[in-house]
Design a protein around this ligand. Structure first.
Ligand code: ADP
Ligand code: MG
Ligand code: MG
Length: 902
C-alpha cells in the first residue's frame, strides 16, 4: 500500500529538534520553547505537532497517516524521560495541550492543562504530591472545566456557577478555602455538567483526552472568531496552527510554588528594569484571570531568592539572545523554576523607539536594525497630543483604538445633536452602538467618535480615519441607549451633556475631561526640544533614529503646503521643498468677488480686468511661499477645481434672489450669478470642467497664474533669494493638452524671467489613467511628473472618495475585498501598476524625468515603500506626515538590503 512505500512525513518535533526560526512550521510558541530548550534553559520536556499536520487535518477531516504513530513514539520517550506514564494510576504523567500559530491569534483554542487525570490517577497524583488531596482534586476539576470549555464547547458559565455554589455553601469567596472534599464534590458537579452538554461521560482514557484536545486545537483554526481576526489582520488562512504537548509542572503545590509573567523591559516606556507579576500557589491561568491579586515580581526575591536570581539571569540571557524585549511565562514548582513561554514582546510606540535606541547603546543591534524595528505608524502615534494620566483617571472601558488622537467632549447620541452643539462651539463626542451613513454629519461635527460595537474596519473606524478624527470602536463594556440618551458603563450612567474623554490610540475611555499634553516628539521636530540636552529617552531615541533614516534614504521628502506658515512648519519638520502648492484657496475669501467678475464677464475687457486684479494678489502669495522655501523646489499646481465651487450654492442663491425680488430690490447681478451657476451645474463635477480643461476654456486664467509665479520668483531672486518654481498642470490626460498650456506658458516665462537667472520647470500631474498609459508621449512635454494618487485611485476604481467611504467601504473591508482603504494605502496591484507604467515609460522617453507623488499616499508608510521601489525621486505629504515619510523612506532602503532599487 502507498502509505507503506513512502517514509512517513515528519509531523512531530521534540523540543530539542526545533528552533526559533521555525515559526511557520512549529508556531511561535513551539519554536521558542525549542529555542529555550536548546539554550539549556529549564523547559518542561515536550513536543510540537506541526502546522502541516493541522493543514492536512483541515483539508481531509482526519489526522494524516503517520501522525498517531509519531505522537505515540514521542509520548513514549517523554514518559521514559520523566519516569512516569500517562494515565498511570500510581504516578501519572500529566501534560498540557497548547495551541500556537505563527502569529499569536485570539479566537483560537488556547490551552488544556492537566491532561491525563481521571478518577484513578487523581488519587495517584495526590499520593505523589505528599498526600496533597486538595491539589489533586483541584487539578482534576480544572481539567474538566478547561477540557469541557475548549474541546467540547460547554459554556464556561456553567462551571463558574457550580464553583460559586460550592464557595457559597462553604460561606467563602476564596477558592483556596475549598478543601479536598469540596473539590471532590465539585468534580462530580462538573462531570454532570459535562454529561448534560455533550451527551457523554467525561473521557477517562488519557490518550483519548489527548487526541480530542489535539483535534480541537486543529479545528479552532477555523473557529469563527479566528477567521474574522485573520481577515482583519491579513493573516493567510492556509498557515494552520501547531499544537504543543508539554509536561505539566505545578505552581499550585503550596506556598513554595507559584506562577508568573515577566518582561525584560517596561513594554510601556521601554525603561530598563524588572516588570512582571507573580502569584503564589496558583496554576497558569489564575494570573491573567484576576481571581486573586498578583504581587509585583520584585517580591519574589523575598519569597524565593534562588528562583528569583535564576529568573533574572535567564531574562538577561534571553534578551541577549533575542536581542530584543522578551516577555516570559514561568512557573515555580516547590522551589524549582520552569520556563513555559517566551517571545519577542509587544510594546507601545514610545517603547519601540526607546528600546531600539538602548539596544544600539548596548551594542546588541546596529542602527540599521534599530531603524527596521520602529515604523512610521508608531512615529505618527507619538505625534498626537496625549492625555495626561498621572493622577486619578482610570479608564471605565477599553475598546479598539480605531483612529488615533486624544479627544474630550460632551456626550451626544445623535447626529443632529452633535451638529447643534458643535455649532455652539462645543466639543462633542458622538456615542453610538455603531455608526451608519446617516451619522456622517454628526461625525464631521464631533471631535471624537465612540462606539460599543465593531472593530477596526467598522463604519465608524473607516470614516473616522478618513477624516482624521479620534475614534474608539467596539468598547463593548458600554451599553448604549440612544432613545434614553444615555449609556451605562461599569455601573455608572452617562447622560447626554456629560463629558467623556477617549484615546483613539489605546482605545481607552474615561469619564470627565482628561487634560491633554502636547507631544514631545512634535516639540522636538519643531526645534523647541534639543535632543542633545533634554533628559528624555524618547526624544533622544527618535532623534538618533531619524538622523540615521535621513542618512540612508534615497527618496526626498517634500510637503503639501499652500501658505507660508505651512511651508515654514513643514521645513522645520524636514521637508525638502513643496511637492504640491494648491492655488485654489487664493480664489477664496474676499477674492470671491473677483472670481464672480471673472465668471460673469461678458466683454473681453471685463475678464482681463478681473484677472489683472487677481495677479498681484497671487504674486504676493507665491512670494511668501518662495521666501519660506528659499533654495528648495516649490511645485505650484495651477487651479484645479471647477470654478463654480467658488460661487455660492445654487439653492442659497435661488432663495436670495427670490427674497430680494419679493422686496422689489435690484437683483440684476444676483440673477446673472444664478444663471451662471445653473449653466455651470455638473452632474459629475469630479469628471467635469476642471483642471487643465478649465485652463483651456477660460482665456487668460492659467496665463495669469503662470505670470504671477514667474514674477514672484524673479522678485525673490532680485532680493537675493533662490526660488525654484515648478509649474504643474492638473488633470492632463493627453499630451496635446499639456503642449497647448506649455506653449503659452513658455512665452510668458521667457518674457518675465529675462536675464534674472530664474529657472521655471513645467510638468504635469499624472492622475488620470489615460495620462499614466500615455506617459511616454506626455513626457515629451513635461519636465516632471507628479502622481496625484487620490484622483488616480478615484478614477482607477471609478468611485469618488466622498461618496464611497461612508457608503460601502466598511462592507468591502468586512468582506475582505480590500484589506485597507485604497485611499489610505496605495493599491499596489491596480493603481500602483499605473504608477509603475507611467514611471517606466516616462523615464524611457525622457531620461532624468523628475518623478514625485503628491497624493496623501505620500505620507503612508506602506505606500512610501512602494514609491521607493518604483524609483520615484520624492514623496510629498502634509507637514505632519513629513517625519513619517522620512523614517519610512529610510526603512525602505534598509529593508531592500540597502540597494538602490532604481
Ligand atoms: P496562552 O497562549 O493563552 O498564553 P498558554 O499555552 O501559554 O496559553 O497557556 C497558558 C498558561 O497555562 C501558561 O502561561 C502557563 O502558566 C500554563 N501552562 C501551560 N502549559 C503548562 C505546563 N505544562 N505546566 C504548567 N503550566 C502550564
Ligand atoms: Mg502563554
Ligand atoms: Mg487631482
Amino acid at each position: 500500500m502507498a502509505a507503506q512505500e513512502t517514509v512517513d512525513h515528519k509531523y512531530v518535533y521534540d523540543f530539542s529538534e526545533g528552533n526559533k526560526e521555525l515559526k511557520e512550521l512549529l508556531g511561535g510558541k513551539g519554536a521558542n520553547l525549542a529555542e529555550m530548550t536548546n539554550l539549556g534553559l529549564p523547559v518542561p520536556p515536550g513536543f510540537t505537532i506541526t502546522t502541516e499536520a493541522c493543514q492536512a487535518y483541515l483539508a481531509t477531516g482526519r489526522e494524516p497517516d503517520g501522525l498517531a504513530g509519531q505522537i505515540e513514539a514521542h509520548l513514549e520517550s517523554l514518559e521514559r524521560a520523566m519516569g512516569k506514564r500517562l494515565g498511570d494510576p500510581q504516578d501519572p504523567l500529566l501534560v498540557s495541550v497548547r495551541s500556537g500559530a505563527k502569529f499569536s491569534m485570539p479566537g483560537m483554542m488556547e490551552t488544556v492543562l492537566n491532561v491525563g487525570l481521571n478518577d484513578q490517577s487523581v488519587e495517584g497524583l495526590a499520593a505523589q504530591a505528599g498526600n496533597n488531596e486538595r491539589f489533586a482534586w483541584d487539578s482534576y476539576r480544572r481539567l474538566i472545566q478547561m477540557f469541557g470549555k475548549t474541546v467540547c464547547e460547554v459554556p464556561s458559565e456553567e462551571f463558574e456557577h457550580a464553583l460559586d455554589e460550592a464557595k457559597h455553601a462553604k460561606g467563602t469567596h476564596n477558592d483556596l478555602d475549598l478543601d479536598a472534599d469540596d473539590l471532590r464534590g465539585l468534580v462530580d458537579a462538573y462531570k454532570k455538567i459535562f454529561l448534560k452538554h455533550t451527551g457523554r461521560e467525561f473521557p477517562q482514557q488519557p490518550r483519548e483526552q489527548l487526541d480530542l484536545a489535539i483535534r480541537a486545537v486543529f479545528e479552532s483554526w477555523n473557529a469563527e472568531r479566528a477567521v474574522l481576526y485573520r481577515r482583519q489582520e491579513r493573516i493567510p488562512a492556509e498557515l494552520g496552527t501547531a499544537v504543543n504537548v508539554v509536561t505539566m509542572v505545578f505552581g499550585n503545590l503550596g506556598p513554595d510554588s507559584g506562577t508568573g509573567v515577566a518582561f525584560t523591559r517596561d513594554p510601556a516606556s521601554g525603561a530598563q528594569g524588572i516588570y512582571g507579576d507573580y502569584l503564589a500557589n496558583a496554576q497558569g491561568e489564575d494570573v491573567v484571570a484576576g481571581i486573586r491579586n498578583t504581587v509585583p515580581l520584585q517580591e519574589l526575591e523575598q519569597l524565593d531568592k534562588a528562583s528569583y536570581d535564576e529568573l533574572l539571569g535567564i531574562m538577561a540571557r534571553l534578551e541577549e539572545h533575542y536581542k530584543d524585549l522578551c516577555d516570559i511565562e514561568f512557573t515555580i514548582e516547590r522551589g524549582k523554576l520552569w520556563m513555559l513561554q517566551t517571545r519577542v514582546g509587544k510594546r507601545t510606540a514610545a517603547a519601540a523607539f526607546v528600546i531600539a535606541g538602548q539596544l544600539v547603546d548596548e551594542g546588541l543591534i546596529d542602527l540599521d536594525e534599530a531603524l527596521h524595528r520602529v515604523n512610521g505608524a508608531q512615529l505618527a502615534q507619538l505625534m498626537f497630543p496625549r492625555f495626561q494620566l498621572d493622577h486619578e483617571f482610570q479608564p471605565v472601558a477599553t475598546g479598539i483604538g480605531a483612529s488615533p488622537g486624544a479627544a474630550s467632549g460632551t456626550v451626544v447620541f445623535t447626529s443632529a445633536r452633535a451638529v447643534e452643539l458643535a455649532a455652539e462651539g462645543k466639543s462633542v463626542i458622538l456615542v453610538r452602538r455603531e455608526t451608519n451613513p446617516d451619522d456622517l454629519n454628526g461625525m464631521i461635527a464631533a471631535k471624537g467618535i465612540l462606539t460599543s460595537r465593531g472593530g477596526k474596519t467598522s463604519h465608524a473606524a473607516v470614516v473616522a480615519r478618513g477624516m482624521g478624527k479620534t475614534c474608539v470602536s467596539g468598547a463593548d463594556e458600554i451599553e448604549v441607549n440612544v432613545p434614553a440618551k444615555r449609556f451605562t458603563v461599569a455601573g455608572q450612567t452617562v447622560a447626554e451633556g456629560d463629558v467623556v474623554s477617549i484615546d483613539g490610540t489605546t482605545g481607552k475611555v474615561y469619564l470627565g475631561e482628561v487634560p491633554v499634553m502636547p507631544s514631545e516628539v512634535v516639540q522636538y521636530f519643531e526645534g523647541s526640544l534639543d535632543p542633545e540636552h533634554v533628559d528624555n529617552a524618547l526624544v533622544r531615541a527618535v532623534h538618533r533614529i531619524m538622523t540615521h533614516a535621513d542618512g540612508k534614504r534615497r527618496l526626498a521628502v517634500r510637503t503639501n503646503a499652500d501658505t507660508g506658515a505651512d511651508a515654514a512648519r513643514a521645513r522645520r519638520f524636514g521637508a525638502e521643498g513643496i511637492g504640491l502648492c494648491r492655488t485654489e484657496h487664493m480664489f477664496l475669501g474676499d477674492r470671491r468677488e473677483l472670481v464672480e467678475r471673472l465668471i460673469l464677464a461678458r466683454a473681453p475687457g471685463e475678464r482681463e480686468a478681473a484677472l489683472a486684479a487677481l495677479l498681484p494678489l497671487q504674486r504676493a502669495d507665491f512670494e511668501e511661499i518662495f521666501r519660506e522655501m528659499d533654495g528648495l523646489p516649490v511645485t505650484v499646481r495651477l487651479i484645479d477645481p471647477p470654478l463654480h465651487e467658488f460661487l455660492p450654492p445654487l439653492e442659497q442663491l435661488a432663495v436670495n434672489v427670490a427674497v430680494a425680488q419679493e422686496r422689489g430690490e435690484d437683483v440684476a447681478k444676483e440673477e446673472a450669478l444664478l444663471a451662471a451657476v445653473r449653466r455651470m451645474h455638473e452632474e459629475n463635477p469630479m469628471l467635469g470642467l476642471r483642471g487643465v480643461r478649465l485652463g483651456l476654456v477660460i482665456p487668460g486664467l492659467f496665463a495669469m497664474q503662470v505670470r504671477a509665479i514667474a514674477e514672484a520668483a524673479v522678485s525673490c531672486a532680485r532680493g537675493g533669494g533662490a526660488a525654484k518654481p515648478e509649474i504643474m498642470v492638473p488633470l492632463v490626460g493627453a499630451v496635446q493638452e499639456l503642449e497647448t498650456v506649455r506653449a503659452e506658458a513658455e512665452k510668458i516665462i521667457a518674457e518675465v524671467v529675462g536675464d534674472s537667472g530664474v529657472e521655471v520647470l513645467i510638468g504635469t500631474m499624472i492622475e488620470v489613467p489615460r495620462a499614466a498609459l500615455t506617459a511616454g508621449q506626455i513626457a515629451e512635454a513635461a519636465e516632471f511628473f507628479s502622481f496625484g494618487t487620490n484622483d488616480l485611485t478615484q478614477m482607477g476604481w471609478g468611485f469618488s472618495r466622498d461618496d464611497v467611504e461612508g457608503a460601502f467601504f466598511w462592507r468591502y473591508l468586512e468582506l475582505g475585498i480590500f484589506g485597507i482603504s485604497p485611499f489610505e494605502s496605495i493599491d499596489r496591484d491596480g493603481v500602483g501598476r499605473l504608477v509603475r507604467i507611467a514611471a517606466e515609460e516616462g523615464r524611457a522617453a525622457r531620461p532624468g524625468l523628475k518623478l514625485g507623488v503628491c497624493g496623501e499616499h505620500g505620507g503612508d508608510p506602506d505606500s512610501v515603500h512602494f514609491f521607493h521601489e518604483v524609483g520615484l525621486d520624492y514623496v510629498s505629504c502634509s507637514p505632519f506626515r513629513v517625519p513619517v515619510a522620512r523614517l519610512e523612506a529610510g526603512r525602505a532602503v534598509v529593508e531592500t538590503g540597502g540597494s538602490d532599487s532604481r
